[in-house]
Ligand binder design. Structure first.
Ligand SMILES: CC(C)=CCC/C(C)=C/CC/C(C)=C/C=C/C(C)=C/C=C/C=C(C)/C=C/C=C(C)/C=C/C=C(C)/C=C/CC(C)(C)O
Ligand SMILES: C[S@@+](CC[C@H](N)C(=O)[O-])C[C@H]1O[C@@H](n2cnc3c(N)ncnc32)[C@H](O)[C@@H]1O
Length: 377
């Protein structure tokens, strides 16, 4: 970036930068670190910072312990109640020593709880895994992401080919065939359980007559909408191989009332008739030009005054900053397309496509998806 675009700050901002620089010099000084670690005024802060840095160093190890639990079906094994190490070891086909190591590790991560007598039970996080089987599917799927992240600098420099870009063929501009689209469509459909109800709680659709879901995948979101709004007319638009899967799956669920249309929002006009269009987890996996094309497609499908509903993880979501900028930032980099956007960037994009009255709605779990509405001009 040139200095002209980002001139050195003045006033309060300049003072803030000088203070930050002085503070960082102090924190980086080993003598200050030693003093802070023992001083009764600072030792709790120093310990918290050291632990936070250690957790960043160890994050991959923690993830792989979770992967071992998922692959060995440890949470399902303990679903009926606590068991002792030898019982668990024989169920997991591990030696008692290996089982003990895994169980203690999982207990330290609050997945399990260690009980007296070498017995182990689920703890809150292990029980949450049982209640959200989608998370286990993501944990398995992360083997692709972690392969791609083996050399993060090469990834940042665009020097690698990635496994995630094969998993998401449209990220490379390839619509893929039904089998290539099957894996991602199934993963997305399963993970709608974390999103669909939250979106509908944030924006009840009661006043609408017809909803078009652009990039609607296999129709998992629309099947939740159908159950809540029996009278709403429903349309789905997705790439031809995905639309074919949606037609089959929706028919098998008795949901032939969903009209399935196939095409690409890059070159095919979507169907007309909707007074609300949804884009769920579509914009963030496209670069600006294609995201703008998706928004223009939504605009063309709506009448003036029609509503657009966007739901996806966003950057700088309070309490979920690392999920947006770190997890999705690097996930989408490995995928080869898109980036998590900040609220201000979403507003710019939406306005450029002809939307106004853009509102960020209160949603139950914005860490999974923030929900925005906008009005077609
Ligand atoms: C009973 C007593 C006395 C006390 C209980 C105390 C209490 C209230 C405990 C809380 C228990 C509770 C309700 C727990 C709930 C836990 C839940 C709901 C956990 C959910 C976890 C979800 C996770 C970890 C989700 C992970 C999602 C991931 C990794 C999503 C990845 C998405 C991707 C890669 C999307 C790709 C799409 C693309 C391409 C980017 O567009
Ligand atoms: C990350 S998935 C989200 C699917 C679904 N909305 C959900 O949240 O479960 C993105 C979807 O957009 C579709 N898609 C990608 N590029 C498209 C395009 N050019 N035209 C239409 N759909 C597209 C994909 O096939 C996929 O179903």
């Amino acid at each position: 970036m040139s200095a002209a675009l980002h001139p050195a700050p003045g006033g309060r901002a300049a003072w803030r930068e000088r203070w930050l620089n002085w503070r960082n010099g102090l924190v980086a000084d080993p003598r200050f670190q030693r003093w802070a670690a023992v001083s009764p005024f600072t030792r709790f802060i120093a310990q918290r910072r050291a632990k936070a840095l250690f957790d960043l160093c160890a994050g991959f190890v923690y993830s792989q312990i979770l992967l071992a639990c998922v692959r060995l079906r440890l949470f399902e094994t303990l679903a009926a109640g606590p068991q002792d190490v030898s019982e668990i070891a024989s169920r997991l086909a591990l030696s008692p020593e290996a089982a003990h190591r895994l169980l203690r590790a999982a207990a330290s991560l609050k997945l399990l709880r260690a009980l007296p007598g070498d017995r182990f039970a689920l703890d809150d996080l292990g029980a949450s895994m049982l209640g959200n089987p989608t998370v286990a599917a993501f944990v398995e799927h992360h083997t692709l992401l972690y392969d791609d992240l083996r050399d993060p600098v090469a990834l940042l420099r665009g020097e690698t080919t990635t496994r995630l870009s094969d998993f998401w063929p449209y990220a490379k501009g390839d619509a893929g065939d039904e089998s290539a689209c099957g894996a991602y469509s199934e993963l997305m459909a399963r993970s709608q359980k974390l999103i669909a109800q939250d979106v509908l709680d944030a924006y009840p659709l009661g006043r609408h007559q017809c909803l078009l879901d652009i990039g609607g995948g296999e129709g998992a979101f629309l099947s939740v909408v159908a159950a809540r709004h029996p009278a709403l007319r429903l349309q789905l638009f997705d790439l031809p191989p995905v639309a074919a899967r949606a037609r089959r799956l929706l028919a098998s669920q008795g949901l032939s009332r969903v009209e399935v249309h196939s095409g690409s929002f890059l070159d095919t006009p979507p169907p007309q008739g909707a007074d609300v269009v949804t884009l769920i987890r579509v914009l963030h996996d496209h670069d600006d030009d294609k995201a703008l094309a998706a928004l223009r497609a939504a605009h063309s499908a709506l009448p003036p005054g029609g509503t657009l509903l966007v739901a996806e993880p966003m950057a700088e979501t309070r309490g979920a900053e690392a999920i947006g900028d770190a997890y999705f930032g690097f996930y989408l980099l490995a995928m080869g397309s898109g980036r998590p956007r900040r609220h201000a960037e979403m507003i710019q994009l939406l306005q450029a496509a002809g939307f106004e009255r853009i509102r960020l709605l209160k949603s139950p779990r914005p860490l999974f998806a923030s929900v925005l509405t906008a009005r077609r001009v």
